[in-house]
Write a protein that binds this ligand. Structure first.
Ligand code: ADP
Ligand code: MG
Length: 281
């Protein structure tokens, strides 16, 4: 190739934004000559390099946009520890088919059994397939939407949560949402449902308690559940907290979540009794 042709090629690659092809060209051309490649093989090598680099950049961008609190992977999840889940199901999730089908995944159960781990790991694997994901807690989502309402940017905020291929809604039901925040969350769920875009939800509340989750509005809770469950996989996870298992192994006596709930309920009754007016006023 003469100098003019080399210049024209460099210009064309730049105009087409084929940066990796431009970078890989000299070394690939040398190898092609040394190993006697046919022209299609040469072109295929260059385009494969361009494609791989574009995917790498997209994945890095997707992981940044997703705002995971930390990166977790499905391969690091020990199914034997957590009940209600098996390896085959995790493998099926890893294919990302549920995203194409618009199928929601609901992960329910007590604290420490890996709900957030699985939710993040699902998100990471979707990012790695080149699709957009956003991770948020239910509380953060409702706060952001309330701010949008105050600042007249609600439409934009709702789009922000509607657009990603997968939305992960962590800790639904941990903290009480206020009625307006619950209504805005419901709007996001409706929008995603209409577009058949899936949501992964984690919650410590069983469906019977979802009235509370939606600020005491049982009708809205039922309508939200109706949309979430229509196309869904529900996993009721069980077992002891993974966070506490080492403590238990070391012989530290720890109450179970059920024991803690019982203690909290009896403390509430005690407090109510103490607050009741006595016969002598
Ligand atoms: P949850 O969201 O249910 O409260 P997390 O997902 O935050 O629980 O899990 C708590 C910690 O224990 C995390 O560091 C998580 O990676 C780990 N963990 C929980 N269950 C498992 C499991 N079955 N295999 C591997 N790690 C687990
Ligand atoms: Mg969690």
């Amino acid at each position: 190739m003469n100098a003019l042709e080399t210049h024209q090629l460099a210009e064309a690659l730049e105009a087409l934004k084929l940066d990796t092809v431009a970078e890989a060209l000299p070394a690939t051309a040398q190898r092609a000559a040394a190993e006697n490649w046919a022209y299609p093989r040469f072109l295929a090598e260059l385009l494969a390099a361009e494609r791989a680099e574009r995917l790498r950049k997209r994945v890095a961008l997707n992981l940044k946009f997703a705002r995971f609190p930390h990166v977790k992977r499905l391969c690091d999840f020990d199914c034997a520890h957590t009940g209600g889940l098996d390896q085959r199901l995790l493998e099926e999730f890893a294919t990302g088919r549920y995203v194409e089908e618009g199928r929601n995944i609901l992960l329910l159960g007590p604290p420490g059994i890996g709900k957030t781990h699985i939710a993040i790991a699902l998100g990471v694997s979707v990012c790695e397939r080149g699709q957009r994901v956003h991770f948020t807690t239910a509380m953060d989502l409702s706060r952001r939407l309330l701010r949008g309402l105050e600042r007249n940017t609600l439409r934009r905020e709702i789009n922000f949560y509607t657009q990603p291929s997968l939305l992960i809604l962590d800790e639904l039901g941990y903290l009480p949402l206020d009625p307006t925040g619950a209504g805005l969350l419901f709007q996001v769920l409706c929008n995603r449902y209409e577009k058949a875009k899936p949501v992964v939800v984690t919650s410590n509340k069983s469906f019977g308690d979802w009235g509370q989750v939606f600020a005491g509005d049982a009708v809205m809770a039922a309508a939200a559940l109706d949309r979430l469950l229509h196309r869904s996989t529900v996993l009721n996870l069980s077992g002891e907290s993974y966070r506490l298992r080492d403590k238990r192994k070391a012989g530290v006596a720890l109450p179970s979540p059920a024991e803690l709930a019982k203690k909290a309920a009896s403390a509430e009754t005690e407090a109510d009794r103490a607050a009741e007016p006595t016969a002598d006023g």
